[in-house]
Design a protein around this ligand. Structure first.
Ligand code: 5GP
Ligand code: MN
Length: 340
């Protein structure tokens, strides 16, 4: 960490053209760390752009700096031009270049010095020149705080940066409840609140800001679409494109649905399947040692963390349910051995 932080500080000692990018379907950690870093770097007279591969949920749009974000899918030409001219590219909250989808070619072909800051498993060591990877970190936002600290720059963290990092840590820890949350996490959060992060406001803006349609869709998922496999401690919820349409689906509306399946007593493996943007996307969650990142990787060209992963299915929603049912029955011994 120290050595990399010193190298990064040297790179940042003169004004640079900088691009910050993050994974497709950016979540709170992706946007919180990207925007937090943007605000920090702008203090040092760098020219900074945050470029996301695609758009993200409305409940993240209040974040400071959101109006400056360039969405690659909507502005390919501008995004490519800025990236081709960049001196430095920060890659935040992903560990494989495929996670930035169609933006990957431009980033890979760029001669810029690349810096990875990430907490996912098995980072591709070829992805960047300087790699800050800590798979034990609860969030990229926490790791970014630690990188800022290692560069002796925490005195530059202002209210804007503090709120961005707070969002990243809060969302990736399920509001500080996952086992990845440590004493260090709470120390950092305390610092961020002391620097001006309005914690109650942030929780409200992220979690208590849903459309009525979103809540009705959640009700529909739980009341009509929940498949339970109690003998194997598993649950599946699925939605087709038509069903999403019925509830006037907006990006972000299904975020967190999978956690309700996992909140059922006895359930240690929960899967949410949804047909979006012409793809069948899966969210996998588990409790205990059941490694959903291995399942995501083996069956759904995906990955993530041991207890929270995602991937894509090449077949219909119904056929995907069948594949998941097979996975559940093939893993019944392990699923029944989880302490719950
Ligand atoms: P979610 O289910 O919330 O979309 O994602 C949960 C976790 O899995 C996140 O850490 C996310 O980065 C990772 N993830 C989601 N989708 C994919 C995917 O398609 N590929 C990979 N490698 N990781 C994914
Ligand atoms: Mn993350």
């Amino acid at each position: 960490m120290r050595k990399n932080a010193t190298a990064l500080k040297t790179l940042l000692s003169s004004p640079k053209k900088i691009v910050i990018t993050t994974h497709r379907g950016p979540d709170g950690d992706a946007m919180g760390s990207s925007l937090g870093l943007m605000h920090l770097l702008k203090q040092f007279r760098h020219n900074v752009h945050v470029i996301t591969p695609n758009s993200y949920a409305d409940f993240l749009h209040w974040m400071p700096g959101n109006e400056d974000v360039i969405v690659f899918e909507d502005n390919e030409e501008e995004a490519n031009q800025i990236t081709e001219n960049a001196d430095l590219i920060f890659l935040l909250d992903f560990s494989h270049i495929s996670r930035i989808a169609d933006f990957a070619d431009t980033v890979s072909n760029s001669n810029a010095t690349k810096i990875l800051i990430d907490h996912h498993q098995d980072p591709d060591m070829e992805i960047a020149d300087i790699i800050f990877s800590d798979t034990t970190a609860c969030s990229t936002a926490q790791l970014l705080y630690e990188v800022i600290d290692a560069m002796d720059l925490t005195n530059h963290i202002n209210k804007e940066i503090a709120e961005c990092l707070y969002v990243g840590i809060m969302t990736d820890t399920g509001s500080f409840k996952y086992s990845s949350t440590t004493a260090k996490t709470h120390h950092i959060i305390a610092e961020l609140i002391a620097t001006g992060a309005e914690n109650a406001k942030i929780h409200d803006l992220i979690y208590d800001n849903s459309s009525a349609n979103r809540m009705k869709l959640l009700g529909y998922c739980l009341n009509k679409k929940l498949l339970l496999y109690p003998e194997n401690n598993s649950a599946v919820i699925s939605l087709t494109a038509e069903e999403l349409e019925q509830f006037n689906f907006k990006k972000g509306d299904t975020e967190g649905v999978v956690n309700y399946a996992l909140a059922i007593k006895g359930i240690v493996f929960a899967v949410f399947i949804a047909e979006k943007d012409g793809m069948v996307k899966l969210s996998l969650r588990s409790k205990g040692n059941f490694k959903v990142n291995e399942i995501a990787n083996k069956y759904f060209s995906g990955g993530g963390h041991m207890n929270a992963s995602g991937g894509i299915s090449e077949v219909s929603v119904n056929d995907t349910i069948k594949i998941v049912e097979k996975i559940i029955s093939d893993n019944k011994t392990e699923l029944n051995n989880q302490n719950n």
